[in-house]
Design a protein around this ligand. Structure first.
Ligand code: ZN
Length: 468
């Protein structure tokens, strides 16, 4: 009996050991696995599907490496259309032959919104002008249409579009602006179609070219054509200029070379000579224009220019020696004495006295009567009967008072002469701003069919009415 119970004990013991060995074997041989770890965070892009099929679970045989998959049980769910954190649990098997993982799925949006630009190949932007929007759209997977949230910035020929979605993802698009300038430059011709008197030098009255982009293009203008002022006829000048976008403009001017028109401008300059007189003489030579100088001895250092004026073909007239109103208009004798002093200088300088004269302040001056009542009537009568020709003016340059611009001086003369056939113009060569206006006056006169002549006894006196 003892022997038998011992044998049974051995059998049971052996069975238990075998069972334990089997358990150990099975535990070692089949290892459970789960691709999701406990506490893991899985990031899922908004709209992407969360699928249990992506998770691997099952047992792996130790020796062969063979896998047996099982579908784990999922607790919890994920809404892929809603951003947020979802807590889930997966499990399968039991004890040593099972696995469990508590994990988190984070549905998030990391995709920036997309901006699409529309463009019209026919459209362009004029340089310097703002870009005219051709269209854009912004779309975000999560937020939908974000077009209204787009911010545009135009800089250095580019438009940058940016938009941010609710997850702060920033989308950007850049448009290169196409620039083109369809507008050609403009040429403006001073004086338009012009006339020039036979034998005078034709000087272009001037032109200006401006462009909306390039600004002043006057220097780039080319002029085709020639004016032969020794042959009467009509000549055409063509002015051309191109802008930087290759737009070309041209303008035409006809220049008629005509025999004398009977239109005459007598330019006269009082109170000199002075330091600007030589420059004036050079300008007049350039255009072969002859004028009249009513001279004084106010600036004796320049007295030699009186001779120079005569030698260059201009008329020298008397204005008075001192130009001192109180002195010259105190009596007719005083005036005559002063006048003979300047006459002797004129004679010394030019070889001859002159019979051309102008009263300081003109014959209509209101000053002389302060010193001697009735003196202007007396002087005009006396001097005329002695063979003097006195000249006033019918166009004033406005240069007698304070300094004005040379453009204003020229404009005063041009508007004063316009519509007149004979102009006797008053200027002063002791004023630089007036001397600087002469070239423009001459150009205008030549372009408008005027001749420039010096005064002679037969020239119109342009007399004012005398106020005593
Ligand atoms: Zn004067």
């Amino acid at each position: 009996m003892k022997k038998e119970s011992k044998k049974r004990m051995l059998l049971i013991g052996g069975g238990v050991i075998a069972l334990l060995l089997l358990i150990v074997f099975l535990t070692l041989e089949f290892r459970p696995f789960l691709s999701v770890k406990d506490g893991e965070e899985i990031h899922l892009e908004y709209g992407e599907e969360f699928s249990i099929r992506d998770i691997k679970a099952g047992y792996r045989e130790l020796f062969s490496g063979k896998e047996f998959s099982v579908t784990p049980k999922l607790k919890g769910s994920v809404d892929e259309k809603k951003l947020g954190r979802y807590e889930l649990t997966l499990r399968f098997g039991f004890a040593l032959w099972g696995k469990k993982a508590d994990f988190t799925v984070i549905v998030e949006d990391t995709t920036p919104p997309e901006i699409t630009l529309t463009s019209d190949p026919e459209k362009y932007t004029i340089p310097g002008e703002a870009y005219q929007e051709e269209g854009y759209k912004a779309y975000d997977l999560c937020d939908g249409d974000l077009t209204v949230k787009v911010i545009r910035e135009e800089k250095d020929g580019k438009v940058t579009y940016t938009v941010t979605d609710s997850s702060l993802n920033k989308g950007t698009a850049i448009r290169e602006i196409r620039y083109y300038d369809p507008i050609p430059p403009e040429i403006t011709l001073t004086s338009g179609n012009t006339q020039v008197v036979l034998g005078y030098t034709f000087i272009d009255p001037g032109y200006k070219a401006t462009d909306n982009i390039d600004g002043d293009l006057t220097d780039k203008v080319t002029v085709e054509g020639k004016v032969d002022t020794s042959t009467p006829g009509t000549y055409e000048l063509i002015y051309k200029v191109k802008d930087s976008y290759d737009n070309e403009t041209s303008a035409r001017r006809t220049v008629s070379v005509v025999p004398a028109t009977g239109k005459v401008i007598y330019l006269t300059f009082d109170d000199g000579p002075y330091k600007y007189t030589e420059e004036l003489l050079n300008i007049l030579d350039k255009y072969n224009v002859k004028v009249t100088f009513f001279v004084t001895n106010q600036y004796p250092a320049y007295a030699n220019l009186i001779g120079e004026e005569a030698r260059r073909g201009h008329t020298v007239g008397v204005h008075t020696y001192s130009h001192d109103y109180a002195r010259i208009y105190s009596s007719t004798e005083a005036y005559r004495n002063d006048m003979s002093q300047i006459q002797s200088i004129i004679k010394q300088q030019t070889g001859n006295a002159t019979n051309i004269m102008r009263f300081p302040g003109g014959s209509s001056n209101e000053v002389s009567k302060k010193y001697s009542q009735g003196i202007m009537t007396a002087l005009a009568g006396q001097l005329t009967s002695e063979g003097y020709y006195y000249f006033d003016w019918n166009v004033s340059s406005g240069d007698a008072g304070a300094e004005i611009s040379s453009e204003e001086v020229a404009q005063n003369v041009i508007s004063g002469c316009s519509g007149k056939n004979t102009c006797v113009v008053l200027q002063h060569d002791v004023k630089l701003f007036s001397v600087n206006a002469v070239e423009e006056i001459i150009r205008w006169g030549i372009a408008n069919g005027y001749e420039f002549r010096p005064l002679t006894p037969s020239a119109p006196g342009a007399h004012h009415s005398i106020h005593n």
